[in-house]
Unconditional design. Structure first.
Length: 459
């Protein structure tokens, strides 16, 4: 019954264009994947791995999945972070942000991590990605996905946008707000989104989106760029939200998205505010994706500096001492990491991104992961972690090299011990066609499986 509100609103706003732009809700949803730029050779591997693919108009790294019967989430390349399953239109906002290696980037609403993974690819391991998720359970999923994708330079937070703005005001060159929304573009993918939809939800999401945008604006450095996106069509969450924000923030201008896909924003969705909708971008279901709205906002280089409002002042960072057991392990297995900035905290060793500032760790923020978890120190020994191998496994000195055709690949993913053919005794990275799946420990010609239990393929 509530769908009546959605369909009658859309028919009224779109008139004769309704049928062409909103394809039937019963149709199969568009599916896609985005290739991970952090895995060298990923594009060619994806194209040759048996998945039925077509190019995506929304993002150069995106592909449409054209065979609804295929299950790409079970493919070994998915486990190896060669690609991220992402609805095609959801890949469109990140390229608009213009992220370059070395930028400081904030993804404020990041779980499960599709857009953070794209941002990490654009950074190529340089600079810093702060990837935040408000919901604790979803933040854990985000951490797992960034681990799978081999991201070396992320700070994963479980915070409110307000706290981040208080701790790191004006810190970021780029901010993405992929707002929690009423999800009208999810109706075909998640029937629950349809069942929960009502006008009150739209109003509530619009208010929350406005609050998140305020915090995002404080996080952004003068001269920086912010992209706001939703997967809904509701006027007050889209064009109206941007119009309202611009009316309150003269220090921001609306930039042209400069995109050739989809269509411009819609004048009759501005909710009475004034803004140039031709600079905004929409993707409708009739244009090959489930639906996305996006707008690019630039903060004036002359905007006043934002004040810090977190708890106290950040503590001065003590010079980190490399834990000797880690240094010994690194010298044997990862000599290229021996000089990296390592931090020991609570018996765990982290390799920190050089661009991570002291405020980020000392500002009272709830940190889910800082950089790469190399491993833990226990009973006078260093035990490496899955994360280390997912990021740098291809460069490990001791490797068990598998291929898609090798039956040991599926066995390893099931958590079984496999025969060692290329790795010598000790810890080893386990790779499929050169992409990391995890690690094991070789002894007596066998690789003992160290794949975390939660990641094992039990089917
Ligand atoms: N960007 C993600 C991706 O590409 O995988 C999808 C993000 S989803 C559209 C929006 C996220 O915002 C959800 O994970 C939701 O839990 C989170 N969220 C909910 N309430 C929030 C709040 N008050 N502030 C920030 N984020 C919130």
């Amino acid at each position: 019954m509530e769908l009546e509100y959605f369909t009658s609103r859309e028919k009224e706003l779109l008139g004769q264009r309704y049928e062409a732009l909103h394809t039937p809700l019963e149709a199969a949803p568009a599916r896609g994947l985005t290739v991970n730029g952090l895995r060298p050779g990923a594009r060619a591997a994806v194209e040759g791995c048996g998945l039925a693919l077509a190019p995506s108009p929304f993002c150069p790294q995106g592909c449409r999945l054209t065979d609804p019967a295929q299950r790409p989430g079970l493919h070994p390349y998915h486990k190896a972070g060669v690609y991220y399953l992402q609805e095609p239109s959801a890949s469109a906002p990140v390229p608009l942000l213009g992220v370059e290696p070395g930028c400081r980037v904030l993804d404020l609403c990041a779980a499960p991590g599709g857009k953070s993974s794209q941002l990490a690819s654009a950074l190529s391991g340089q600079g810093l990605l702060v990837s935040n998720e408000y919901d604790p359970a979803r933040a854990a999923v985000l951490r797992g996905n960034l681990e799978r994708m081999g991201v070396p330079n992320a700070l994963v937070l479980n915070e409110t946008p307000d706290h981040i703005a208080g701790a790191l005001p004006g810190f970021f060159d780029r901010v993405l707000v992929d707002a929690p929304c009423s999800g009208e573009g999810m109706f075909r993918k998640e029937p629950q989104a349809m069942a929960q939809h009502n006008p009150g939800l739209v109003a509530q999401c619009a208010r929350r989106g406005a609050e998140i945008l305020e915090a995002a604006a404080r996080c952004l450095a003068p001269g920086g760029r912010l992209v706001y996106s939703t997967c809904t069509f509701a006027p007050e969450e889209d064009e109206g939200q941007i119009g309202r924000f611009l009316s309150l923030h003269p220090e921001f201008t609306l930039e042209d998205c400069g995109a050739s896909f989809g269509s411009p924003g819609e004048e009759n969705r501005l909710c009475g505010y004034a803004a140039d909708v031709s600079r905004m971008r929409r993707i409708w279901p009739g244009q090959g994706g489930e639906g996305h709205f996006m707008a690019c906002l630039a903060k004036s280089p002359d905007a006043p500096a934002e004040a810090r409002s977190g708890k106290g002042r950040p503590k001065r960072e003590k010079p980190a001492k490399t834990p000797p057991l880690w240094a010994e392990f690194a010298a044997r297995y990862f000599p290229a990491l021996a000089g990296e900035r390592a931090l020991e905290a609570g018996g765990r060793v982290y390799i920190l991104p050089p661009a991570l500032p002291a405020e980020a760790l000392a500002g009272g923020l709830r940190v889910m992961r800082a950089g790469v978890l190399a491993g833990s120190l226990s009973k006078g020994r260093f035990e490496p972690d899955h994360h280390l191998f997912m990021v740098w496994g291809a460069g490990c000195e001791n490797r068990e090299e598998l291929t898609l055709a090798d039956e040991r690949t599926a066995a390893f993913l099931r958590g079984e011990e496999i025969e060692a053919r290329t790795a010598g005794a000790g810890y080893c990275a386990v790779l499929v066609d050169g992409f990391p799946l995890g690690f094991g420990k070789v002894s007596g010609g066998k690789v003992k499986n160290h794949l975390p239990k939660a990641l094992r393929n039990l089917k």
